[in-house]
Design a protein around this ligand. Structure first.
Ligand SMILES: C[S@@+](CC[C@H](N)C(=O)[O-])C[C@H]1O[C@@H](n2cnc3c(N)ncnc32)[C@H](O)[C@@H]1O
Length: 274
């Protein structure tokens, strides 16, 4: 199958973190491992059961979450969709049907899905509205949509904090923004869902802390890995990268360091016809 052309958007798996594609695959796994339990709790609270399928995970990437859904809800029918055929190939064999497609043009029947999940996808789209309209089209009435995102303005809390890294973090966010993404999408998801025509829109935040996990597990979010491609592109200097690496090293070896990451899941349902 030929992959559709990559639409305007900011996600390039080979240039997201250090180590190219292999590094990104590891980062996606670590990111899913960190908060999946909480995300699953939220999905269940929003009504997800093994009978809620088919669940269509749009922008499923390498299947880091698809695999975990398969284990947690073995009876749930799963379809993993991604625009990137190479990345989606890593989701093969995890018990989900895989489809290479654009979120804005899903090869699925109208009203055929019981649930649509979009996890860290909308932030990469230059315009998230067509993807939400398409999710609404494929959901049956009463079907559940869950959109998990972040917002840079309330990403969480870390102590000790390093104000000297503010510039480098701003440069990182600006790089994604200029590539067509939006790291402040979290504040827009409920309004986007409402305007797309969904009912029962709700925002369910979740927090992940190092109270129960080693600080090291937070490396995908706090470590300097994600800055490395920005050094290569010239957006971040080697000095800034070294500063970020040094502060992460201090943080992860500080027994009193505390971190809380905030994720935002917006949930809603497809309306019943009047
Ligand atoms: C940050 S990754 C998240 C992957 C996965 N949801 C997870 O949480 O592990 C973003 C994913 O969205 C996919 N994506 C970006 N634009 C897309 C589009 N227009 N249609 C479908 N998938 C898209 C990318 O290929 C990538 O797999």
């Amino acid at each position: 199958m030929t992959a559709p052309p990559r639409p305007a958007g900011s996600y390039d798996p080979a240039a997201t973190t250090s180590g190219g594609l292999a590094g990104e695959l590891a980062r996606l796994e670590a990111q899913a491992a960190l908060s999946f339990d909480q995300e699953l709790r939220i999905l269940r609270e929003a009504g997800l059961t093994e009978a809620s399928g088919p669940l269509v995970e749009v922008g499923a990437g390498s299947g880091a979450v698809t695999r975990r859904l398969r284990t947690a809800l073995p009876g749930l029918s799963l379809t993993a969709v991604d625009i990137d055929a190479d990345l989606l190939a890593y989701a093969e064999g995890c018990g989900a049907r895989t489809l290479v497609a654009d979120a804005a043009d899903l090869p699925l029947e109208t009203g055929s899905a019981g649930c649509v999940l979009l996890r860290y996808v909308l932030q990469h789209l230059s315009d998230p509205r067509p993807a939400l309209a398409e999710a609404l089209r494929v959901l049956r009435p009463g079907g559940l949509i869950a959109v998990t995102e972040i917002d840079d303005a309330c990403w969480g809390l870390a102590t000790p904090s390093y104000p000297e890294l503010a510039t480098v973090h701003a440069k990182s966010a600006a790089a994604q923004q200029s590539a067509g993404g939006d790291r402040t999408i979290g504040r827009r998801t409920t309004r986007l869902l409402r305007r797309a025509g969904f009912d029962g829109v709700d925002l369910r935040p979740f927090a992940t802390t190092n109270d129960y996990r080693p600080t090291e597990d937070f490396a995908p979010h706090l470590g300097p890995g994600r800055l490395q491609p920005l050094v290569a592109s010239g957006a971040v200097s080697l000095g800034e990268f070294a500063l970020a690496a040094d502060r992460w090293n201090r943080f992860r070896t500080d027994p009193d360091a505390w971190v809380m990451l905030l994720g935002l899941t917006a949930t809603a349902t497809a309306p019943y016809p009047l």
